[in-house]
Ligand binder design. Structure first.
Ligand code: ATP
Ligand code: MG
Length: 340
């Protein structure tokens, strides 16, 4: 088993080592035989070499099973191409997964009173390869168009992934779409319905605008949600608000044989280098990697250790604490050892 480690830029360099320390602990204690493969991509590399990611980097990533990724800074210079889009495309990581499950005790800590933690346990599954992010664009001074591509095959693939996930949970899938206006969404909606029904999963659907409101007002109504690329991009960031802080939100990009795990946040240039970034999103991304690897016991230990950090208020400034990235990471690792 080979795991690529991409720290990337900014706080990626600070939070990923805290996750890797936990990976190292299990890998060494239980002889998992995971080979770590450091890969450098991103803005720092682009500044130094003129290229943010090379063909060799892609080959190296293709040779790995899992990828643990921090964050990279994306600049608007036209010669700087999005590294993440390229990795997703080349590795065909078609399913973007954002679990929305608050850390126990976080609402009390953040004094969020109008919501109950037990009402929020949702997974947003976003189609990652087409829709409005098809890359097919015609740009002009008077008129610009972007083509929204929905195919049966990609819709079936994501619906099948989401239905399988739903079957492991409450067997309930919500398809989020805008098929009353975007007629291309009819194919997405119908394919999702057929696929879910063929797997015996209860399925309903919601228009994206109403769903956005409902996600915040009535999150207890949802379990697994499947949607197209742009809607998923926006809704999963909106949903991260239910977790209390961007520094707590993990995600995964999953393909047929490979998967990529990353915190939802970016490289946060405003706090980079200060040692105060919250490492929990990166650590929970590692937890998702453990789940993907079938290591559910270890995933559960990581969860409990993170909850202990919140409970004991060993937290970074974004959560109102005074601890550094390293202190929080060290505490979570020591809890993992203790619970193990
Ligand atoms: P990028 O250009 O890399 O996307 P960004 O600044 O646009 O960076 P984020 O990195 O997501 O976007 O940061 C958004 C805000 O959230 C910033 O104010 C940042 O400091 C804060 N933030 C993001 N991640 C964390 C974290 N792990 N811990 C604490 N604060 C964070
Ligand atoms: Mg950003």
């Amino acid at each position: 088993m080979r795991t690529a480690i991409i720290e990337g830029d900014g706080i990626g360099k600070e939070v990923i080592p805290e996750a890797v320390a936990i990976l190292d602990y299990f890998n060494e204690t239980y002889d998992w035989g995971i080979e770590k493969v450091p890969v450098e991509v991103g803005f720092g590399k682009w500044e130094r070499t003129g290229s943010a990611i090379t063909d060799d980097d892609i080959s190296l990533l293709k040779s790995c099973d899992a990828i643990l990724f921090g964050a990279i800074t994306t600049v608007s210079d036209p010669s700087y191409k999005s590294v993440l889009l390229r990795i997703r495309k080349e590795l065909d990581l078609y399913a973007n997964i954002r679990p929305l499950l608050p850390i126990p005790g976080i609402y009390k800590l953040l004094k969020i009173k109008d919501r109950k933690e037990s009402d929020v346990d949702i997974v947003i599954v976003r189609e990652n390869t087409e829709g409005l992010y098809s890359g097919i664009e015609e740009l002009g001074d008077e008129k610009s168009t972007t083509t929204r591509v929905i195919t049966k095959i990609a819709s079936e693939r994501i619906a099948s992934f989401a239905s399988n996930l739903a079957a492991e949970r409450k067997n309930y899938l919500t398809v989020v779409h805008k098929s009353n206006v975007l007629k291309s969404d009819k194919l997405f909606l119908e394919t999702c319905k057929e696929t879910a029904e063929s797997k015996g999963v209860n399925v309903s659907n919601k228009l994206v605008d109403i769903f956005a409101y409902d996600l915040i007002m009535n999150p207890e109504k949802y379990d697994v949600v499947v949607t197209t690329n742009l809607f998923g991009d926006i809704l999963s960031d909106l949903g991260a608000a239910l977790l209390g802080s961007i520094g707590l939100a993990p995600s995964a990009n999953i393909g047929d044989s490979q998967a990529f795990f990353e915190p939802v946040h970016g490289s946060a240039p405003d706090i980079a280098g200060k040692g105060i970034a919250n490492p929990i999103a990166a650590i929970l991304s590692l937890k998702m990697m453990f789940e993907w690897m079938g290591k559910t016991r270890e995933a559960c230990l990581v969860n409990r250790a993170v909850a202990a950090a919140v409970h004991d208020k060993i937290i970074t400034p974004d959560l109102g604490g005074k601890y550094s990235t390293k202190e929080v990471g060290d505490f979570i690792l020591s809890k993992v050892r203790q619970l193990d």
